[in-house]
Design a binder for this molecule. Structure first.
Ligand SMILES: *Cc1c(COP(=O)(O)O)cnc(C)c1O
Length: 374
């Protein structure tokens, strides 16, 4: 039962299509890890992982340990990687829920080692190396000392080495290949490199630098149907395309006609220049429709574009339907997705917001009811 006018529709078949397409890209020798952090970029972590699990996915990535616990409790099968580290007080969760920590300091390694010894078991860890992102991870120069120190600790075994690309969405930059060389140099230092799971590629890596997939590639945005460089990527892509998984559907609450010279919404930042028919929609910044889209955003009504007029409120906004015949209360409105012959994509909305599709998906998906469809 729906209890909101606003609904996020999640297409299981689009998700499976993207998973298959990306799995083919990384090839048979590499795993495709599904990044399901941020509630699967707004698509719902548990449901998304469930669908992917059924499609054959056995590797999942989350940011924090609490997400890993939730995911495991949902019954997902396979490896769950926790990428941001953990508070020492939570160390037991990795053992109880069979989660793999990605670590970047020896302190965490010691805490894990102590807990493993206490439980008379061995925990596997991956180490995060910062090869040029300048975010989380040890520097490559520190890797030798780090991995020897790990070997001295009982109850802990290094099974993987990870890094991350900052610019793999730039398909014609040589930055990614250079960074990959820096990553590859670490394999010799690790000693047992052939048994280590090596992973650095994100969606940009998988799509534009396939030689960087190694043993595992971590796909986020592409699984959800978007190219990391936006529409440019989609247009440049030959062959089968990714399919957007999310759409955002709402309805018209009220239609009203006002004469020229009337101010709309808070602050009257839009004043009509002629008689104008407006549709009032039950969508505001509380629902993820950023206030920065005031007087900028567009939606689809009867398959045609209607522009946002005036400021977007917390739960409401107004769009101009003067040029669209017969709009009535209750009519379907598309904020994100397809209606008739037209489509509004996450990239287009992101463009109006000066942001990226990632943020649009998180905002819409995590602030509205989701419904899963075929
Ligand atoms: C989010 C994330 C990814 C996925 O990135 P996309 O660009 O969405 O494919 C991969 N690796 C790490 C460490 C991440 O945090």
């Amino acid at each position: 039962m729906s209890t909101s006018f606003n609904q996020i529709l999640i297409s299981r078949s689009a998700l499976c299509h993207n998973y298959r397409l990306l799995s083919e890209r990384v090839g048979k020798t590499a795993h495709l890890l599904a990044m399901v952090k941020a509630d699967a970029y707004g698509h719902g972590m548990i449901q998304t992982a469930g669908v992917l699990n059924n499609a054959g996915c056995r590797h999942f990535g989350v940011a924090e340990v609490g997400e890993g616990v939730q995911l495991r409790e949902s019954g997902v099968e396979g490896a769950i990687f926790v990428f941001l580290g953990f508070d020492p007080l939570d160390v037991s969760l990795f053992f109880e829920y069979d989660l793999i920590p990605v670590i970047y300091d020896l302190e965490s390694a010691r805490v894990l080692s102590l807990e493993a010894v206490k439980r008379d078991t061995v925990i596997e860890v991956h180490v995060k190396v910062d090869c040029g992102m300048t975010r989380l991870g040890i520097f490559p120069e520190a890797f030798g000392v780090f991995s020897s120190a790990l070997q001295q600790l009982p109850g802990i075994t290094l099974t993987g080495i990870a890094s991350h690309f900052p610019r793999s969405d730039e398909a014609d930059s040589d930055h990614t290949s250079k960074q990959f060389l820096r990553f590859e140099k670490l394999f010799a230092i690790a000693g047992h490199a052939d048994t280590l799971i090596k992973h650095i590629a994100n969606s940009g890596g998988v799509l534009y630098f396939p030689h960087t997939s190694c043993d595992m590639a971590r796909a986020g945005i592409s699984l959800y149907g978007y190219y990391p460089d936006g529409m440019i990527g989609s247009a440049a892509e030959n062959g089968e395309q990714l399919q957007p998984v999310m759409s955002f559907v709402t309805r018209v609450l009220q239609v009203k006609t006002v004469p020229a010279g009337v101010g709309i919404s808070y602050g009257h930042t839009y004043v009509t220049s002629r008689e104008t028919r407006l549709a009032v929609l039950p969508v505001g910044y509380e629902d993820g429709l950023s206030r920065s889209l005031s007087n900028k955003g567009e939606v689809l009504v009867h398959g045609e574009r209607a522009k946002v007029r005036g400021r977007i409120c917390m739960n409401l906004c107004m769009v101009d339907v003067s040029h669209i015949e017969g709009v009535q209360a209750g009519d379907e409105v598309i904020i994100l997705g397809r209606q008739g012959k037209d489509t509004i994509s996450g990239d287009e909305i992101a463009g109006w917001m000066d942001s990226i599709s990632y943020e649009v998906l998180c905002l819409f998906g995590n602030n509205n009811e989701r419904k899963y469809i075929e």
